[in-house]
Write a new protein. Structure first.
Length: 567
């Protein structure tokens, strides 16, 4: 709903984007551990290192071609060159992986250029203002020393922007197979807490290539790496130079262990039993010295209902406000009224990445369980993205100790990870995720909904974040955030009415007008007290009479007792 009016001579409110339904996951991925023997681990390592060298060679050749069209990438020619050292299916997976890595790195270069341009634009605007003063709405830097340091920062950003634009023009992004962060850790092992042997072990494990794309019609959906649904045995095709290690027919190697895929096993069985494509990835965790097998496949994407469709069905929605240390949630009915007690889910994101991801999953599980118990059809969240704030944080989010703390808080909010996890987990729970514009939700939710929520839930501590959750949910339903004027009190008998301001008032159950009601008409319960309806046509004025009317004999007198109407 666009907001274009101005208030008090200030700058007008920005246009509010329309809510939209978040797309469902387009694929599934499951994992199981491979309890391999020492001999199996040696064979897997040899195959991974051999394929890794071939794939890195192909990736270098793809980068040298630059940003060309698909038919000019010479994938068929590269695949024929790789087939001689491995196999046709291994070579197909290598060329596909090289193309995916190249396109991803090119998108990252475009994102970096956008971030650099935003940072340069903000610094130039502040440098145009005098030190310690203002130029319109732009505040200059505090003193000349800070201004000089920002000038140096501006020159460094311009150099980085020039290098990035040159890479984009040439179509040659920098790609490090194994990770740039791990590569830089080689020069600071003490700070990383690693020895040279530990770093070497992680580096070699990250550069293994044991990926096999699925193929419909192949035995159990994949010929290169095959997992039998009967006994869970795993076999893989050995590259040509390593065929002497085969312990199964047709140059294959059978592992001594089996897999079961307990999570989503039924979906996996439905595919492999009918020979539909399933991709397998074998990875090594060097810290735990464990091997894992990942199975992934694409899923059928059915169209999800739109926010207006959810509203028309009369379903409830759960409004969720994301914060740095907790999630605030409130259930809203189809009319935008909060129902039940607000929910607060703690969100402690400390520790390793696996620990943080587990705690995030636990918080999302509590949200989905709460939504299903309250009969909600979907979850409404803000479409948050702090990319711009992170690029220009020191210029726009404050300075000093307070500004630094606030920037760290913003950077610590897991917006992207929460979106991805919530999208998948809510879809499997039968819930729809709706994203809304985050503009003014905290401010207006606190102003209009914190006090009514506290009155409705006197035994619960209601914060401004719960008010923001109500504002988010109402925006997802298409209602205005502000309450209807004159409806601010919570009443025991009137709490169930449509008390809040819908964008378009719906018609009554019997049309837009109701029939006149007399004293003998039973009360329908839609009004607090019976009263006379307003006339559609003004009454005709009466002529003054010489004597007062006799209420006992005149049948046209204006006596409420005779007409049956109450004033």
């Amino acid at each position: 709903m666009p907001v274009t009016h101005r208030s008090g001579g200030r700058r007008g409110l920005r246009v509010i984007a329309a809510p939209f339904t978040v797309a469902a996951p387009s694929g599934a991925r499951i994992r199981d551990r491979l309890r391999v023997t020492a001999a199996d681990a040696g064979v897997l390592r040899l195959v991974g290192e051999h394929n890794g060298r071939l794939q890195r060679t192909d990736l270098a050749g793809r980068v040298s071609l630059g940003n060309v069209k698909g038919r000019d990438a010479r994938r068929a020619e590269r695949k024929r060159g790789l087939t001689a050292g491995s196999s046709s299916r291994w070579a197909g997976a290598m060329t596909r992986t090289s193309e995916d890595q190249y396109q991803l790195s090119l998108r990252c270069l475009h994102d970096e250029r956008a971030h650099l341009r935003r940072a340069i634009r903000v610094i130039e605007q502040r440098l145009a203002a005098p030190a310690g003063g203002r130029s319109g709405r732009v505040r200059g830097y505090s003193d000349q020393n800070e201004r000089f340091q920002k000038q140096r920062r501006l020159r460094a950003l311009r150099l980085r922007l020039a290098r990035t634009e040159k890479r984009i023009e040439q179509g040659r992004p920098g790609i490090v197979v194994g990770g740039r962060r791990l590569l830089k850790a080689r020069h600071s092992l003490e700070q990383a807490g690693l020895t040279e042997a530990q770093w070497r072990q992680r580096w070699e494990a990250a550069r293994l290539f044991l990926t096999a794309d699925g193929e419909s019609g192949a035995p159990f959906g994949n010929y290169t790496i095959t997992v039998s649904p009967d006994d869970g045995s795993v076999t893989l095709v050995l590259p040509g130079p390593l065929r002497y290690l085969a312990n199964a027919p047709r140059g294959r190697y059978r592992l001594a262990c089996t897999v079961a895929f307990h999570h989503r096993r039924e979906e996996w069985l439905d595919r492999v039993t009918v020979h539909q494509a399933v991709r397998y990835d074998i990875t090594l965790d060097p810290v735990r010295d464990r091997w894992y097998l990942d199975a992934s496949w694409s899923t059928d994407t059915t169209p999800l209902p739109s926010p207006q469709g959810l509203k028309d069905t009369g379903a409830r929605l759960l409004g969720v406000d994301l914060n740095a240390d907790h999630l605030a949630a409130v259930v809203l009915d189809p009319h935008g009224n909060p129902t039940g007690q607000p929910l607060t889910v703690p969100l402690e994101l400390t520790g390793t990445s696996a620990t943080r991801d587990g705690r995030l999953r636990q918080a999302i599980t509590q949200l989905t369980t709460f939504a299903r118990e309250r009969g909600c059809a979907g979850i409404v969240i803000e479409n948050l993205g702090f990319d711009d704030a992170r690029a220009t944080g020191r210029e726009t989010l404050g300075r000093g100790k307070r500004g630094k703390t606030f920037r760290r808080t913003v950077a610590g909010i897991p917006t992207a990870r929460l979106r991805e996890r919530l999208r998948g987990m809510a879809h499997h729970a039968g819930l729809v995720v709706v994203a809304v514009d985050p503009a003014y939700t905290s401010r207006w939710g606190t102003r209009h909904w914190r006090t009514p929520l506290q009155q409705q839930s006197p035994t619960t501590v209601v914060t401004r974040h719960h008010g923001a959750a109500v504002a988010i949910g109402r925006r997802g339903l298409g209602h205005r955030i502000r309450r209807r004027p004159g409806v601010t009190a919570h009443h025991q008998r009137m709490a169930g009415r449509r008390a809040t301001g819908q964008t378009v008032p719906g018609p009554g159950p019997h049309g837009t007008t109701s029939p006149p009601r007399t004293t003998g008409t039973p009360h329908q319960g839609d009004k607090t007290r019976p009263r006379r309806r307003e006339p559609l046509v003004p009454p005709r004025p009466r002529r003054p009479s010489a004597r007062p009317p006799d209420h006992n004999t005149d049948p046209d007198c204006d006596n409420p007792a005779n007409t049956g109407q109450h004033r």
